[in-house]
Write a protein that binds this ligand. Structure first.
Ligand code: GLU
Length: 296
């Protein structure tokens, strides 16, 4: 009998703000699932945004997690130290003709969308509410695009979604052990087209969240992705990139979110739910467990 591989869980925060109760829930669920299954628990620092992520916030994050009673394997993978890995994945997609240089600025995208919508059309939005990329040709002539390229104007790299979908040999699905916002569970049909031509590398960052998360989950042999339901729809893009790059498919478990008093998802700017503030006010790790609905 082949030995069953040990499950691998990970908690992957971005040190661009203090950890809040929502992070505590995610970290505890991952840590405890690893314990319960004899699996491994990894901590990954998602700091590709080297401007907003700081060493101080990263240090605070380690302190908060240790205070909660969580321990993790060393060394910790910090994404900012692995841009070459993401570049290599991007190069493979580029070589397959699945990537293009996108020159429109945010302001220009807004202008195109406003223009189209003033004509009565409803421009499609992605699951996060951002308008889908209209394509450079919506505003720029081939000569304009060429001129921007020659002048060294910064560009993002985007996935040719239609071409990528045409590469799929079978319907794209994933195994959901948690639930999506509409209760989706079990075998879920992925819908990457809902995101349009997603960004794979930003003007100021040589990668993107979507690309680095799938590359790292594969490189770190992650078998179970346990994360907040706000990332449920992003899984469609992750599954597509996994297939395009020939990467293994983890199981997904999207968990409930901790909502603020206004019923909205907690944000890192909501100070009263930051773990460091709650700790300073005298909360104990057991209080945090209760606050996130995990019991003592
Ligand atoms: N870094 C992401 C965040 O802090 C989480 C990524 C993931 O779990 O896939 O929201």
């Amino acid at each position: 009998m082949p030995r069953q591989p040990r499950p691998v869980f990970r908690f992957a925060p971005s040190p661009n703000g203090h950890l809040h109760l929502g992070h505590a829930l995610s970290a505890l669920l991952n840590f405890e699932a690893a314990r319960a299954t004899g699996g491994r628990f990894l901590l990954r620092i998602e700091d590709i945004d080297t401007v907003r992520c700081t060493p101080e916030l990263e240090a605070d994050l380690y302190e908060d997690l240790a205070w909660l009673g969580i321990s993790w394997e060393q060394p910790v993978r910090r994404q900012s130290e692995h841009f070459a890995d993401y570049r290599a994945a991007l190069d493979r997609l580029r070589a397959a003709g699945l990537v293009y240089e996108a020159f429109l600025t945010r302001g220009e995208i807004r202008r195109v969308v406003a223009d189209r919508e003033s004509g009565g059309l409803i421009w499609p939005r992605d699951p996060d509410g951002a308008p889908l990329y209209p394509g450079d040709a919506a505003l720029l002539s081939p000569a304009d695009i060429d001129a921007r390229a020659r002048a060294g104007v910064p560009f993002a790299l985007r996935l040719r979604m239609a071409k990528a979908l045409a590469c799929l040999a079978a319907p794209l699905t994933w195994r959901e052990e948690g639930a999506g916002p509409a209760g989706e569970t079990g075998t879920v049909a992925a819908d990457p087209a809902a995101w349009g031509d997603v960004v794979l590398a930003r003007k100021e960052t040589p990668t993107s969240y979507h690309l680095s998360v799938v590359v790292d989950d594969a490189l770190q042999d992650v078998t179970h992705v346990v994360r907040g339901r706000d990332l449920f729809h992003a899984t469609s893009v992750h599954r597509l990139l996994q297939v395009l790059l020939g990467l293994p498919e983890p199981v997904y478990r999207h968990h409930r979110l901790i909502l603020g008093g206004d019923g909205r998802k907690l944000s890192k700017s909501e100070r009263h739910t930051a773990l460091c503030d709650l700790r300073a006010e005298g909360a104990t790790p057991a209080d945090i467990r209760r606050l996130v609905g995990l019991g003592a």
